[in-house]
Design a binder for this molecule. Structure first.
Ligand code: ZN
Length: 143
């Protein structure tokens, strides 16, 4: 089994059984993001700690292609429990990976999306959840 096959399986599994899918009862911020070129939609909710420095809970809903939904599942796994600063570093690492195609191990399961960088039209699908996270943190005044 090649690395590409392993990555493919990981992407399909996240898309089929997304982690942190749903809604929060008491979100600090809710953000809707769309990728019109593909029709992907993400509704992201964050619960920040009282001092707004830490992501205490996270959930997403929405619909779209396999890449967009898998990426959202992977992102929520990765940033839950992180500080705002750490989460933004992960967003930056993911953006870098989409630009360069270099796998970034610190991205957890999301490293499986490195190959998406070869398909420019799909990069927006992969980036959607990460850009939504960044915008949500901005909106919450946490940056
Ligand atoms: Zn898409």
């Amino acid at each position: 089994m090649s690395l590409d096959d392993l990555y493919q399986d990981l992407i399909l599994e996240h898309a089929r059984y997304p982690h942190h899918r749903g809604t929060l009862s008491d979100p600090t911020v809710t953000l809707d993001a769309q990728n019109p070129t593909c029709g992907d939609e993400i509704h992201l909710q964050l619960k920040l700690s009282g001092d707004e420095r830490k992501i205490e809970d996270i959930a997403f809903s929405g619909h779209g292609c396999t890449i967009s939904q898998a990426s959202a599942s992977m992102m929520t796994d990765l940033v839950l429990g992180l500080s705002v600063k750490e989460a933004l570093e992960k967003v930056q690492a993911f953006q870098d990976m989409m630009r360069t195609g270099e796998p970034r191990e610190e991205l957890g399961d999301a490293v499986a999306l490195a190959g998406v960088s070869r398909f420019p039209v799909r990069i927006k699908c992969a980036l959607l959840a990460w850009m939504a996270l960044k915008e949500a943190l901005e909106e919450a005044g946490a940056m």
